[in-house]
Design a protein around this ligand. Structure first.
Ligand code: XUL
Ligand code: CO
Length: 488
């Protein structure tokens, strides 16, 4: 039942916090609370007419602190709070994924759309696209996300020809530019959808047909133009169809060479148009393709280095992709950070009982605290951000569910951010780890790190002086308890 629907308030919501009905919570939440003063700017096409607001019953989400019982308020994410000279909004750089939040309709392989959105109307596909975009920008502002991210085909309809698709994109990108100017919301990154259309069923850059390669190149060229026009801070390559279903029909080496050629062309083109945004590879081991070449961060690094691309790319690490590859989220962040290649995060989570990319909003503060520790130790995400590549569950059909989902995700990240900062400020883990490796800071340990000794010298040392090493506890349980002391 919708929190905002008074007629539904009589029954006890099964999920209602602290046993209260949502209507009771709403009544309480609306009593005596100061709503944010910042008025939501609306699209130029809306000409500020309230009646045409797409979420008329939801105000800009306010920070009300951990004690609030208002489900439509932030408990930890206080965008305006200044920490170390920067607002939380600027630290966390949250971004909304257009494809899930404004193109996802609740379909799954067994059923059709469940989400009926009131803004899905207009005289033709481009005007529907613009109308939808007005709703999206109203949402970005009300949820207080400073960024958004898109695929070309999310925002503008595919035409009958490539030229028509390009024209459609131009018209919608113009509209996006106006909305960005009017609202101050910025583009985190753009990308091209090289996986939905049947032409890409056997890959885009790795398709055995050069015709498809050329078509994909044309599409990415246009998507780069659009991203540049919207001042995107980055551009993402996610190769959902870049891989194989069976080696019986595949020349793996040739496909990898082609993928590298494609990425080199993208680098050259970006340079030629003066696009300065960060290029990002988003690894994923499988789904939709059985085996994807950008399996995980480690194989991505090997690929980029093999083909001389490592200077031009960083990684967009996605939580659910990490777990599909058999890794933790923190592991993938740490591997990228170790090479100075951590770029951005697709923030979501998977269901470990299911074997596919469920793209859920992540509310696991422990997992996010570990991730935040690695991100903060690496110096942050720079021009990247936390993009909610996450979708509502199929039965979550109320408009407010879109807000509740993002509030949960943003609060969990904000909470993790604060805990991780406290952990780092106290430095207990750093101290422990530094002590664990201290034997490499001096004596022969130091000469090993400096590569000034070899097997001969070390063998002589072990035989003459060192003798048998004394085992030392890894203290995992102590460290887990220490982590727990920050969490609860
Ligand atoms: C798919 C996925 C994509 C990329 C962008 O699993 O994560 O949405 O983030 O193409
Ligand atoms: Co993603």
């Amino acid at each position: 039942m919708p929190i905002l629907d008074p007629s539904s308030g009589a029954a006890n919501g099964p999920g209602s916090p602290s046993g209260r009905t949502f209507a009771q919570i709403r009544a309480r939440a609306n009593f005596g609370l100061v709503l944010p003063s910042a008025a939501v700017l609306v699209s130029p096409t809306l000409t500020m007419k309230k009646t045409r607001a797409h979420f008329p019953r939801i105000k800009t989400i306010a920070y009300e602190g951990p004690k609030t019982t208002n489900a439509l308020a932030f408990r930890h994410y206080n965008p305006d709070e200044v920490i170390d000279g920067k607002t939380m909004a600027a630290h966390l750089r949250f971004s909304i994924a257009y494809w899930h939040s404004f193109r996802g309709a609740g379909t799954d392989p067994f059923g059709s759309a469940t989400l009926q959105r009131p803004w899905e109307k207009g005289s033709d596909p481009v005007s529907i696209a613009k109308h939808r975009m007005d709703a999206a920008f109203e949402f970005f502002q009300k949820i207080r996300a400073p960024f958004w991210a898109f695929h070309d085909r999310d925002i503008a309809p595919e035409g009958r020809t490539l030229a028509e698709s390009n024209r459609n994109l131009d018209r919608v990108v113009d509209h996006a530019r106006d909305l960005q100017r009017a609202t101050g919301v910025k583009l985190l990154w753009g990308t091209a959808n090289l996986f939905s259309h049947p032409r890409y069923m056997c890959g885009a850059a790795t398709n055995p047909d050069a015709h498809v390669f050329a078509y994909a190149a044309a599409q990415v060229k246009k998507a780069l133009d659009a991203t540049k026009r919207l001042n995107g801070t980055g551009y993402v390559f996610w190769g959902g169809r870049e891989g194989y279903e069976t080696l019986l029909n595949t020349n793996l080496k040739r496909e990898q060479d082609h993928l590298a050629a494609f990425l080199h062309m993208a680098v050259d083109y970006a340079k030629s148009i003066g696009f300065k945004g960060q290029f990002l590879i988003e690894p994923k081991p499988k789904e939709p393709t059985k085996h994807q070449y950008d399996f995980d961060v480690a194989s991505g690094i090997a690929f980029l280095r093999t083909y001389g691309l490592e200077k031009h790319f960083k990684f967009n690490v996605e939580t659910n992709h990490a777990t599909l590859a058999g890794h933790t989220f923190q592991h993938e962040i740490e591997v990228a950070a170790a090479q100075g290649m951590l770029g951005s995060i697709d923030a979501n989570s998977g269901d470990l009982l299911l074997g596919w990319d469920t793209d859920q909003f992540n509310t696991d503060v422990r997992e996010l605290t570990l991730a935040m520790l690695s991100i903060l130790r690496a110096g942050g995400l720079g021009t990247g951000g936390f993009n909610f590549d996450a979708k509502l569950r199929r039965p979550s059909i109320d408009l407010e569910d879109l807000f509740l989902a993002h509030i949960g995700g943003m609060d969990a990240y904000a909470c993790a951010f604060k805990i991780a900062r406290r952990i780092l400020a106290e430095g207990k883990f750093e101290e422990f780890v530094a002590a664990r490796y201290a034997s490499f800071d001096r004596g022969y340990g130091r000469t090993i790190e400096q590569r000034r000794v070899g097997f001969r010298e070390l063998s002589k040392l072990a035989l003459s002086k060192l003798g048998e090493p004394r085992p030392r506890s890894g203290k995992q349980e102590y460290l887990e308890n220490l982590l727990g002391s920050y969490l609860h």
